[in-house]
Design a protein around this ligand. Sequence first.
Ligand code: HEM
Length: 327
Amino acid sequence: MVMRRRGGGMVHYLRAVVVAVLMMATGLRAQLRVGFYDNSCPAAEIIVQQEVSKAVTANPGLAAGLLRLHFHDCFVRGCDASVLIDSTKGNTAEKDAGPNTSLRGFEVVDRIKARVEQACFGVVSCADILAFAARDSVALAGGNAYQVPAGRRDGSTSRASDTNGNLPPPTANVPQLTQMFASKGLTQKEMVILSGAHTIGSSHCSSFSSRLSRAATTAGQDPTMDPAYVAQLARQCPQGGDPLVAMDAVSPNAFDEGFFKGVMANRGLLSSDQALLGDKNTAVQVVTYANDPATFQNDFAAAMVKMGSVGVLTGSSGKIRANCRVA
Ligand code: HEM
């Protein structure tokens, strides 16, 4: 009897060891899964798709806005929807930090969340809504409709100061970009492909105007910028104002390999974009993507899934916020 109990204990122990080893081997990312809401809220992904589609039809620029929201969420405290939280009297939230003041699409997320809560109360996280909305935005603009592993939970903390050092500035060079992405567990290759997101959307002149003034003061041009492009941008960016300029001048609303074609032609808008051609490691990838649309689309989708797993809260960590704007 005693022997049998001992044997049973050993089996349980071994089973626990095997489970622990398996969990370590599959890593944290395994906690997110495709079809997470299939039983608990089957309408979730459909509602997101419908609302994103409505919003993007009315204003194509919102596809870029929603894609960037997901990126800025994931790079600060992980993909926990902290970027959506409003500032309060005692707290300046992430969204009011310098690099985030140009984010857009918050009201689309609010509309999605309201409908999702009506369909299934307290089930779907704001962080998952951002991940689905980014995918749907890419697809609506012409990219791949990849599957999004879900099961993220929402954080309750959002501090403007946490954006410092986590969101890459447009002046960053390749080693700096590589290091910032590496700190999120993303490779240099993933950094390059994810920069391809700049194939849609727009940028304020202030994000690249130092390149234009450098061109003007050296009486030549920024050697990494096509002179005709410098002239065009100088016309689009009058002194004293800060209008928006398309990041991919050729096809600003099409999710295509145009960004990489632009960089190859010295028409990358941000200094950080053009830098990808100036570094021999990243230049190879720029050329590959410019010439191979299918590889660009596939690699981008895979890198988005990876980015969407950065620092996620799962299981019993975090919570499901009822209102994405309120911690
Ligand atoms: C590689 C480092 C990156 C830097 C330095 C960077 C920087 C910027 C800057 C400065 C802007 C323009 C903001 C403005 O002036 O209004 C911008 C726009 C944008 N970024 Fe990035 N970004 C990077 C990576 C990414 C990634 C990884 C994504 C998404 C996966 C992304 C998506 C976007 C989109 C879609 C826009 C246009 C937003 C709109 O039209 O509302 N960026 N980015």
